[in-house]
Design a binder for this molecule. Structure first.
Ligand code: NOJ
Length: 557
C-alpha cells in the first residue's frame, strides 16, 4: 500500500519531559509544563513534538523502563493531561509522538512480577528465562549495554536467569511469543486511537534474538562480548516489523521514526523504502563516529571532515529509498556543539553553522530541547551529579581501573548522557525558570545568559537564528526546494568546509566554513540572494566569496 507522507515537510522537536518545564514545583518537569510552553514551540516553527517516555515507571533508566504502558507516571501528570496536550497540539496543527519502548519493559511491570511467581506459566513466556547451566553459569557471554552480563538471576529462582539487553530492571520481552506481540499491538492502537500522530521507536533492532544462544569470542577483560554480535546474528527482524506496521501504524496513517543502531545501509530500503517498516529512521552515522573505537577506547573528537563525509554518505543512501530524520544530539549523549565542534571553538557562529548545516539537509530536522538555545555540556564537578544509570556504571568502572575521583568524573563527563538532560532554561531567574524549587538535576551554569527569554530579546541569539531557519524552510518560495530538492555535495574535497546544493525548482547553496579561520570559495555564477547568514555583513563579492571563521551562508544561486 502506498502511504501518504503527510509528515515529510515537518520539523520534529524532542522533549525530555523530566527536564522541560515544571508546572507544580516539585523539581520535575511535567505534561502541564509542556502545555504551558506549547506556543513557544509553535513559534519555533516545529510541528511534531516527540516526548521521551512519560509512562508509569520506576525510572531506573529515566522512564525507558515502563511498568504500565496505559498510565502516565504521576510525576508527569495524568491521562487527562495527556489528552489535553494532544488537543492543544491539534488546535495548533501540531502533532504528538510518544516513545514506544517495547524491546523491554520494567521488572516492576505486572507481566514480569507474574513471570517471577511462575516462570513456567503464561507470563514466564513473555520473557527470555533460562535455566542456569549445570556449572551455575549463565547461557551466554553477552555484555549488556550498560555493562555486565545480559543475564541476571530471576528473583526467587536461584537456578534461573532472565535476559536484559539494557539494565537488569529492563527485562527483554519475548517477541517470539505471539501473545506478547498481540498485547503490544493492542497498546499501540490504544494510544493511536487517543489521537497521537505516531511514535519514536526505541531500540528496535534488539527485539529479534539469534535462534541459538551461544558464546561469542570475548572482546574485553570481563570475558564478555559486545551485544552487537548478538544483533548481527539475529535473522529476519522484518517478519515482526512488517506485522507491527500492518497491525498498527498503517491503520492510522501514523508517522514512525525508529532508533536503529549500527550500520543498516544495506537494509535501508527495508526500513524506510516505499514499503518500509517505518516512515523514517534517525541518521546516527555522524553520532556513531564517537563509538567507532569500541566500548572502552571511545574516540571522542570528530573532525569537520569526518562529520561532512558521514553526512554526505547518509544523504546519498537515503536518497535511494526514503526519509532520514537528521539530528545532532538527543538525550543519550553530549550536546551536538560539543561533539561536532572543536573544544575551545564552540561559539555563537559555530553553533549556528552546525545547526544550519544539519537543518537544511534533505530529510526531517529533529531539534533536541535546548539545542535551539545553544546549550552546551554540563561541567560536572562531582560523581553525585551523574543521575544516569550508564554514567554511574562508567564512573565506577573508571574508579575500578585505578583513576582517581577527579579524573573518573572527567572521563565520564565528556560522553555523559546527562549532558543533554539538564533542565531547560526559560529565563534568568533562579533555576533558569524551570522550577521554583531545586530541580532533580543540575542546572547549567550560565542560564542567566543562555535562556529563552534573554535570547528571544537578542536578535543575534542562537534562538532567533533557529527561528529564521524555520521561516526560511517554510517560505513558500523555497519550501519545495528544501523539502523535495535533490542534495548535491559541493567542493567535497575542500578541507574543513561543508557545502551542498538543494536543487528543485530553484537552487539553494548552503556553505559552512567549518573552522576557526577564513576561507574563500569561488562560485560559477554570481549568487542571486543571501537567504541566511550567521554574520551581519553579506559578502562583498557575488562570485568570490570570502568566508569568515565558522561562517554559514544560505544563498540562492
Ligand atoms: C535508547 C534510549 O534512547 C535510551 O535512553 C535508553 O536507555 C535505551 N534505548 C533503552 O531503552
Amino acid at each position: 500500500m502506498k502511504r501518504e507522507k503527510w509528515w515529510k515537510d515537518k520539523v520534529i522537536y524532542q522533549i525530555y519531559p523530566k527536564s522541560f518545564n515544571d508546572s507544580n514545583d516539585d523539581g520535575i518537569g511535567d505534561l502541564k509544563g509542556i502545555i504551558e510552553k506549547i506556543d513557544y514551540l509553535k513559534g519555533l516553527g516545529v510541528d511534531i513534538l516527540w516526548l521521551s517516555p512519560c509512562f508509569k515507571s520506576p525510572f531506573a533508566d529515566q522512564g525507558y523502563d515502563i511498568s504500565d504502558y496505559y498510565e502516565i507516571d504521576p510525576q508527569f501528570g495524568s491521562i487527562e493531561d495527556m489528552e489535553r496536550l494532544i488537543e492543544e497540539a491539534k488546535k495548533r496543527d501540531m502533532y504528538i509522538l510518544l516513545d514506544l519502548v517495547v524491546n523491554h519493559c520494567s521488572d516492576e511491570h505486572e507481566w514480569f512480577k507474574q513471570a517471577c511467581e511462575d516462570p513456567d506459566g503464561r507470563y514466564g513466556k513473555y520473557f527470555y528465562i533460562r535455566d542456569r547451566l549445570s556449572d551455575g553459569k549463565v547461557p551466554t557471554n553477552w555484555r549488556s549495554y550498560f555493562g555486565g552480563s545480559v543475564w541476571s538471576e530471576l528473583p526467587g529462582h536461584p537456578d534461573k536467569v532472565y535476559f536484559h539487553a539494557f539494565h537488569e530492571k529492563q527485562p527483554d520481552l519475548n517477541w517470539e511469543n505471539p501473545e506478547v506481540r498481540t498485547e503490544i499491538y493492542k497498546m499501540i492502537c490504544w494510544w493511536l486511537e487517543k489521537g497521537i500522530a505516531g511514535f519514536r521507536i526505541d531500540a528496535i533492532r534488539n527485539i529479534r534474538k539469534p535462534k541459538v544462544f551461544e558464546n561469542y569470542t570475548p572482546d574485553g577483560e570481563d570475558g564478555l562480548c559486545s551485544i552487537d554480535r548478538m544483533i548481527e546474528n539475529a535473522q529476519d527482524i522484518g517478519e515482526f516489523l512488517k506485522e507491527m506496521r500492518r497491525e498498527t501504524f498503517d491503520k492510522y496513517d501514523a508517522f514512525t521514526v525508529a532508533e536503529v543502531s549500527g550500520d543498516v545501509t544495506d537494509e535501508l530500503d527495508a526500513y524506510v523504502g516505499e514499503n518500509g517498516y517505518f516512515s523514517s529512521i534517525f541518521d546516527f552515522r555522524e553520532i556513531e563516529l564517537s563509538f567507532r573505537d569500541g566500548e572502552t577506547g571511545r574516540k571522542q573528537d570528530i573532525t569537520a571532515e569526518e562529520y561532512k563525509q558521514a553526512c554526505f554518505i547518509s544523504q546519498r543512501e537515503f536518497a535511494k529509498c526514503g526519509t532520514a530524520v537528521n539530528v545532532i544530539e538527543n538525550h543519550d549523549g553530549p550536546r551536538g556543539v560539543n561533539r561536532f565542534i572543536k573544544e575551545g571553538e564552540v561559539c555563537l557562529e559555530s553553533k549556528k553553522m552546525l545547526g544550519a548545516l544539519n537543518y537544511f539537509m534533505k530529510g526531517i530536522p529533529c531539534i533536541y530541547q535546548g539545542q535551539e538555545l545553544g546549550m552546551e555540556n554540563l561541567k560536572f564537578k562531582s560523581p553525585e551529579e551523574f543521575k544516569d544509570i550508564s554514567d554511574k556504571f562508567r564512573f565506577e568502572n573508571a574508579i575500578s581501573q585505578g583513576y582517581d575521583e577527579k579524573r573518573a568524573v572527567e572521563l565520564t563527563a565528556k560522553m555523559s548522557r546527562d549532558n543533554g538532560r539538564m533542565p531547560m532554561a526559560w529565563n534568568d531567574s533562579m533555576y533558569g525558570g524551570f522550577s521554583h524549587v531545586k530541580p532533580w538535576m543540575t542546572v547549567i551554569d550560565n542560564y542567566d545568559e543562555l535562556n529563552v527569554q534573554t535570547e528571544a530579546e537578542d536578535s543575534n541569539s542562537v534562538l532567533n537564528f533557529y527561528k529564521r531557519m524555520a521561516e526560511l524552510r517554510n517560505n513558500p518560495v523555497y519550501k519545495k526546494c528544501f523539502i523535495d530538492g535533490e542534495f548535491i555535495p559541493k567542493w567535497r574535497l575542500k578541507q574543513n568546509l561543508m557545502a551542498y546544493i538543494r536543487k528543485a525548482n530553484r537552487e539553494i547553496m548552503i556553505i559552512g566554513n567549518y573552522k576557526n579561520s577564513p576561507d574563500r570559495v569561488v562560485l560559477e555564477a554570481p549568487y542571486t540572494a543571501i537567504l541566511l547568514n550567521n554574520y551581519e555583513d553579506d559578502p562583498n563579492d557575488k562570485i568570490n566569496i570570502d568566508l569568515k571563521p565558522y561562517q554559514l551562508l544560505v544563498m540562492e544561486v
